[in-house]
Ligand binder design. Structure first.
Ligand code: ARG
Length: 491
């Protein structure tokens, strides 16, 4: 259809297969029909095409909407789904009228609009899944505000904390991505229509009207930017990459803490596989695939960013290669969020093992140093050195810190500051007890059960705020969709 003007003959079949986006366009079918319908309605309102022609075009589009994508000729010679839809419409109403569908419209603005329409729904769906995950983490955290576990730095036991506190440490970055996606949505939901190829049109079109009919929140101002930019997609992909990075860290820790050596949590059998040769094996495969998918998604983002770096404005067909990367990022995020939200709700902590590990590695050493500062009024740096000495001595004798006596403290302090420090038995014991240590850290955001409970409340409020935004946006999209259908296809 396109070649009958400039070119005499057909494209090399391999070249048309190579350059066609047909396979990836399937996902845009619904959006493209709606864009065409909104466009025709606008052309009629602006008296650019006649009412009777508009009616015929709308009827053909409505027929296609009902018949579904199977009614289209998706062969690569047609280049893309934009042309396949036009071909279908012309087949229905004849080329004379069908040829008017593309007045004041280009595939360049249409494809950007279609990606945005499909993507905004995906963003909202991802946000819903993210909310599920945050709620799942919070549910388990709420039940484990007293479950002592070791906190690590450099993968070495560092200070005691709780399972609830640790779960919250993942819920927060997820909550931030949830908010980030609220902003990404704003960039996505802007209409590029009317930009046509790049420089708009001299037809008296109404950009606002198509924008409204399609449920966009406004228009992209600059027409070159409207067709040549994909930062709306890259921004969403960046948020998804950050999301998957955090999900991968959570997956990594679940793998670690369920390892034979650590044995602090149990992943339910439904999320594990076994070995084809070692009959005893229980492998946490879901968390491994999540880690793998995160890397894949970062690849999608890198591919997309790289693709854009050297592209001159405005439309270049390279842009077509970004779209499947975007959908891959969306799909991998959705499936990972879904399964991880399910898994997280089912992981079972093993409190005795957690406590055993938390008591290892002199995890209360910092608390003891703090107690020396408080009780003996020594500078923290001296207290640090005294406790370091105590640890060295304990290591030599194969003891833990809570085996230490007041005499050990006196000896170590004498060596470091030349004075014997005395800490009452009770205070010494308290500083060295992991449970007491946690309880005493009741600062905002800290591991004390009451701090974790407060955090959970804040998280819940934040989640609710985004939940409301998502719901409102879903409603407004559904309303725009209904209105368009009513005024086009009827009830
Ligand atoms: N298939 C193209 C894409 O997915 C649509 C726009 C094509 N524009 C063009 N001038 N060839 O990006």
């Amino acid at each position: 259809m396109l070649r009958k003007g400039r070119f005499g003959g057909e494209m090399d079949p391999e070249a048309s297969e190579y350059t066609s986006s047909m396979r990836d366009d399937v996902r845009l079918f619904d959006a493209i029909i709606r864009i065409n319908a909104a466009h025709v309605k606008m052309l009629r309102e602006c008296e650019i095409i006649e009412g009777s022609d508009a009616d015929k075009l709308l009827d053909a589009l409505s027929k296609l909407e009902k018949e579904g994508i199977e009614a289209l000729d998706l062969s690569p010679e047609l280049e893309d789904i934009h042309m396949a839809v036009e071909e279908y419409v012309s087949g229905e109403v004849g080329e004379e009228i069908g040829g008017k569908l593309h007045t004041a419209k280009s595939r360049n603005d249409q494809v950007s609009a279609a990606i945005r329409i499909a993507l905004r729904e995906e963003v909202l769906e991802i946000q819903e899944k993210l909310i599920e995950l945050i709620k799942g983490l919070s549910e388990i955290a709420g039940k484990n505000t007293d479950t002592i576990m070791p906190g690590h730095t450099h993968l070495q036991v560092a200070e005691p904390t709780t399972f609830g506190h640790w779960l919250n440490s993942y819920a927060w970055p997820f909550s931030r991505t949830l908010e980030e996606l609220n902003d990404d949505y704003v960039q996505v939901n802007s209409s590029p229509l009317g930009a046509c190829a790049l420089a708009g049109t001299s037809f008296p079109i109404d950009r606002e009207m198509t924008s409204e009919l399609l449920g966009f929140d406004g228009t992209v101002d600059n027409t070159i930017d409207a067709v040549g930019s994909r930062d709306f997609a890259l921004q969403t992909m960046s948020s998804l990459a950050v999301l998957m990075t955090n999900l991968s860290r959570l997956a990594e820790e679940i793998s670690l803490w369920s390892s034979t050596e650590s044995d602090m949590i149990e992943v339910p059998d439904e999320f594990a596989s076994t070995s084809s040769i070692m009959p005893q094996k229980k492998n946490p495969v879901v968390t491994e695939i999540t880690r793998g998918k995160a890397s894949r998604l970062i690849g999608d983002l890198m591919g997309g960013l790289n693709l854009m770096t050297t592209l001159p404005q405005s439309y270049n067909l390279d842009l077509q290669e970004l779209t499947p990367l975007l959908w891959d990022a969306v799909d991998q995020s959705k499936s990972s969020l879904s399964i991880m939200a399910k898994l997280v709700k089912e992981i079972r902590p093993k409190p005795e093992k957690m406590l055993e590990h938390a008591e290892k590695g002199f995890s209360t050493a910092t608390e003891l140093a703090d107690a020396l500062v408080r009780e003996a009024d020594v500078p923290f740096r001296d207290a640090h050195a005294i406790v370091g000495k105590l640890v060295a001595g304990a290591l030599k004798e194969g003891k833990e810190l809570d085996d230490l006596k007041q005499s050990d403290l006196k000896k170590a302090s004498k060596e470091i500051i030349g004075e014997e420090i005395k800490l009452s038995k009770k205070k010494l014991k308290k500083a060295l007890d992991v449970g007491e240590c946690i309880k005493s850290r009741a600062l905002p955001g800290g591991p004390a059960p009451k701090s974790v409970k407060n955090e959970l409340k804040k998280l819940e409020e934040k989640t609710k705020e985004s939940e409301k935004i998502v719901e409102k946006r879903k409603k407004s999209l559904a309303k725009a969709r209904d209105n368009l259908f009513k005024s086009w296809i009827g009830d």
